[in-house]
Structures are given as C-alpha cells and as structure tokens.
Design a protein around this ligand. Structure first.
Ligand code: SF4
Length: 128
C-alpha cells in the first residue's frame, strides 16, 4: 500500500461532493449494501433514489440527481441520510487505486478540504 505523506484534510461542509460542478459530473456510486441500508431505514424503494449502472463491482447503482444535486442533499447543504450515507460518500475525497499488486491511496484535488486541517498519516486516522 502506497500512502502519500503529509496529506491534510478537513471537511469544509461545502457539499461540492454531493453535486455536479462546472468541472465535473459527480457519480455517486452505490452497492447493493448501500441500497438495502437506505431502503430499510428511510422507507423508500431503491428505484426512488437510484438507477442501475455499468460500473465495476460492487457498485451497481448510481444515486439519482435532481437539478444536478444528490436527491438526499438538503437545502442547507446537509445530507438527509448522513448516518446511512453510501460507502463512497464516507470515503470521499479519498479512494484506493490498484495497479497490479500495488494499492495506492489517492485524494481528490476537486475537494476544498484537501490541504486543510491536520496531516493524516495513516488510513485508520481517516476512519474515525
Ligand atoms: S468532502 Fe470536500 S467537497 Fe465534500 S463537503 Fe467536505 S470539503 Fe466539500
């Protein structure tokens, strides 16, 4: 696992990751587990908030967007299902890229929270 040194992150609560921007179309990918967790707790059917897509496993669905924003994004920029949010939202702005046997930890330059706050020097630090 290759982990970049000195990455700093503190969420600025701008909700940029919950909507399309001029530079980027946001794809909020969902797994079966994400779908069932939200369905069970919110009382909606998967079809109400997601549509099938052809992404790599385990992501088989895309969150629906309304006016370029996630269907669960509230007026005040908060997430209506924060405790139930999809895995990909929990991890943003980070992801792991695989190249052969090498796994590389990446951070999105699209997030204004990168470069702010304390340095993260390990993956567990991100998961608290
Ligand atoms: S993770 Fe980044 S893009 Fe998303 S709300 Fe926080 S600062 Fe904004």
């Amino acid at each position: 696992m290759k982990f970049p040194k000195g990455v700093r992150f503190q969420c600025q609560r701008c909700s940029r990751c919950c909507k399309h921007t001029e530079e980027r179309r946001r794809k909020i990918l969902l797994s079966d587990l994400d779908i069932s967790r939200i369905e069970k707790n919110v009382g909606l059917k998967g079809d109400d908030f997601a549509e099938p897509c052809q992404e790599s496993y385990p992501f088989r669905f895309l969150m629906k967007m309304v006016d370029g924003k996630c269907v669960f994004l509230d007026e005040d920029k908060s997430c209506k299902i924060y405790e139930l949010r999809p895995l990909i939202c929990r991890c943003f702005p980070f992801w792991i890229e695989r190249r052969g046997n090498l796994f590389e930890f990446k951070a999105s330059s699209d997030c204004p929270g990168i470069g702010k706050g304390n340095a993260l020097d390990s993956i567990p630090a991100l998961l608290v």
